[in-house]
Design a binder for this molecule. Sequence first.
Ligand code: MN
Ligand code: MN
Length: 459
Amino acid sequence: MTDRRDDLFFKPKNGYDRFNKSDVIDCFAFADDYKTFINDSKTEREFVENSVDFAAKNGFVPYKKGMELKAGDRIYSINRDKALMLAVIGKKTMDFGANIAASHIDSPRLDVKACPVYEDTETVLFKTHYYGGIKKYQWVAIPLELHGVVILKDGTSVKISVGEKKDDPIFTITDLLPHLGKDQLSKTLGEGIQGESLNPIVGSMPYDCDGTDRVKLAVLSILNDTYGIREEDFISAELSFVPAFEARDIGFDKSLIGAYGHDDRVCAYATLRAIADVEVPELTSICMLADKEEIGSEGVSGMLSEAFEKFCEDICIAQGKTLRECFANSFCLSADVCAAFDPNYPEVNDKLNCAKVNYGVGICKYTGVRGKAGASDASAEVVAKVRKLFDDNNVIWQMAPLGKVDQGGGGTVAKFMAMRNIDTIDAGVPVLSMHSPYEVVSKLDLYMTYKATLAVYTK
Ligand code: MN
Ligand code: MN
């Protein structure tokens, strides 16, 4: 006799129980490509640059005003070097809607202030202002790299990347020795390290001269000799300290990947790879790689920017259609990471409703904080369509609500897409240690997010 439980109960399975040998090989190869890509793309600007290279190799060309667009054409548009939009034109015109995947390519980090350089006790440090939601104590006593650009008064862009190459120096923020840590250790984790003390050391050797600020002079001399910049040029710079950690396999079985900034480069990479694999879709496929999600999607390069409207409208105009009609019929997968159940901290999760590592792409019906505040909350109709789509395409998926009801919460770009009258749902890779300098994801979940996005683009 069959057990009625088999028929009636919802029993998610570990993704590896649905994988065969060749799935594992494909999935691990995909993960290797991902590691290489993110080791070279530590800021949104670098991610855009490398994505454009990848897109060009896959037949995408820069969109130019007035360009004729026919089914199968592949275009992209860069927004201020910090966000990127790509499209593969569909057989049906834009008034039938587009299939969009939106992720973000900015990650938490330490941004260098406008006047950063100071010497104290013959040591030189840089002042920083952290970007995104970090636990400050995690960012001291770890190796840091410096990435970004300095824009000179004449508009020249000077690219800076220190710490990535083997012979490069790196930087670090010091922490107090435990021997003298009595007062610090009696503070809370949130208060033990202050924002104003997140100042990496950048030099200690004095310039060969008399007078004051000899170490500061030595550091500025090196910067001037190497990059042609002066202290005032920091005012028009975007420099960030990011963890100097390489993406590496985690565990004896190499099933996980540790890296800085999986959130949200892991989904961004999956959606980028997916759009490159689209040939001639029914509806136009759009891949949106946004900036500024970690600080609320604000700004001209964030998801609130009308740069997205402009890109989509240009395609609509080329086809004699209106943007509003397009958005009303579009679908968006807000591809952002979710929180994975952490065996070290079981108390923050509702075990029935949480994402697990290796259980596939995590669908999140709503995000938000305390009473769903700030969530876009996908409708049951949209969730039904998505679970059917994923099942039909052998995508391994799970539901991924964020933690216990009163524990906290978060947000993504989903609500800003929904605001545009686009049916939107969150789905992405579950992450351990999210927003820490070294986050962890599963290779299987990454691969399934790629498969999920491909299913969306080709539906
Ligand atoms: Mn995110
Ligand atoms: Mn985040």
